[in-house]
Design a protein around this ligand. Sequence first.
Ligand code: ADP
Ligand code: FBP
Ligand code: MG
Length: 522
Amino acid sequence: MDALSPANGLKLQLPALNSRHARTFFTQFVSVPRRRSSSVLKNGRVRALAKNPGIDFCDPEWKSKFQKDFEKRFYIPHITDIFDDAVAIPSTFCLKSRTPVNEDFADGYPSDEKWHGYINNSDRVLLKVIYYSSPTSAGAECIDPDCTWVEQWVHRAGPREKIYFKPETVNAAIVTCGGLCPGLNDVIRQIVITLEIYGVKNIVGIPFGYRGFSEEIAEMPLSRKVVQNIHLSGGSLLGVSRGGPSVAEIVDSMEKRGINMLFVLGGNGTHAGANAIHNECRKRRMKVAIVGVPKTIDNDILHMDKTFGFDTAVEESQRAINSAYIEAHSAYRGIGIVKLMGRSSGFITMQASLASGQIDICLIPEVPFHLHGPHGVLSHLKYLLEKKGSAVVCVAEGAGQNFLEKTNATDASGNIVFGDIGVHIQQETKKYFKATGNPADVKYIDPTYMIRACRANASDGILCTVLGQNAVSFSFLHFPTIISNIIIISNFRYDPFLAIHIFSQLMMVGLSSTNQYFLDKI
Ligand SMILES: Nc1ncnc2c1ncn2[C@@H]1O[C@H](COP(=O)(O)OP(=O)(O)O)[C@@H](O)[C@H]1O
Ligand SMILES: O=P(O)(O)OC[C@H]1O[C@](O)(COP(=O)(O)O)[C@@H](O)[C@@H]1O
Ligand SMILES: [Mg+2]
């Protein structure tokens, strides 16, 4: 391959080298999110430092104290916290084969004890699977200076043997809020199917997000028959929206409708709402289970390897990138720019760039950059045009917001409306090359809505199925009051934002990768 072909021209930077001091412009184009726990040594290498300066490592008990504190932070409210007389009944979720008895079952089905099909309430999922033997190991995330092995566990999702809701008394509702994301229909479908397996008959969809609680829009009765094929198309069967009624109005409406199980599918805003609804229900002593299923196409949630829709987004982005590449390479001095989702994080942009092998410059919110100047994007574009005649840039929507005029405009949910960094780069690039007397042909593609509206791919489809199932199991079982604990974390570069700690996903936790970055921010 030509040394200047895009795949080679694109520099991937290892996290350990990604320090402000060690970085050159060229190597900053593609970078993975930085960790704060590093310092630069004289030789330019980076040393990982221990986090948690508040811990007294001389205390022989520090490790068990740390683990206790970790467990406490992930305590999930239990229905008996509020209703100490709540009675558990055997699960109605049937794990037994319904097929005709074969030889194995000649003496009848095995008892539940022998079946071992349920999740034990004490089961935990290990969050970190890498043992870093030294703080200098690449990517090391150490709690103490010796990089001691400290186990960090979270609860395991799945059906329990005992439940706290009688299926015949359940009035379940599902609501999808915020922006679209591939996989919403898959999750809705699986929630409905699983609820029916538990024996629930009354299931409705609340149309158009939280707005559906206040406005005169009829709720949608849901059953397996209704949802059977909805995963075959993108969007949300129920519709989505931003903004809407107050929390008190939502809870009034839930009381009026008799809803005692609410599934909210949405992002940080939705879960802030879910948490507020939960608190209001608690205040009114309503026995309601509220379960959040995290939806963020940006894949920026603490502890989660992957959120649904992300994989589809990366895959679908390839079409836009390839089009930008073809346009750029077919034009005289062509430059293609693609903007992808990612308000505070560059996961989609980074992975789509890497997967494509067609991107020369990748810009993400985590890494600041200059447009102008000797180490700016524009001078690198000039270099690329001189060397190979064309170039392609991939930029995350939240990157380079400092170049744009702040309007303080917000959407109906109160989110800050970002300026269009893609348009800005396009304009600046055109101006820059025109001024050099050698114009460039700059094409800009924003595929956001085409990506968001896609049907989930196979991998996301499986993830959604697991999330939907586990959400229902949690609503019924051990922790039915609320699953959506909200932990405020801050993205070190941008405004603090809410990350969602949702337990319906935790059985998916395996080899944590990119999102471990956010662990720092608890
Ligand atoms: N702090 C909050 N308290 C209550 N409801 C909220 C809060 N933030 C957002 N919401 C509501 O949650 C819904 C979705 O929020 P939004 O930010 O648009 O999407 P997302 O959940 O994807 O982040 C909206 O209806 C919004 O009004
Ligand atoms: O035009 P809309 O629907 O407000 O959506 C735009 C925003 O939606 C997003 O997809 C984020 O949506 P969420 O808030 O639902 O995660 C961003 O990428 C984008 O800034
Ligand atoms: Mg949001």
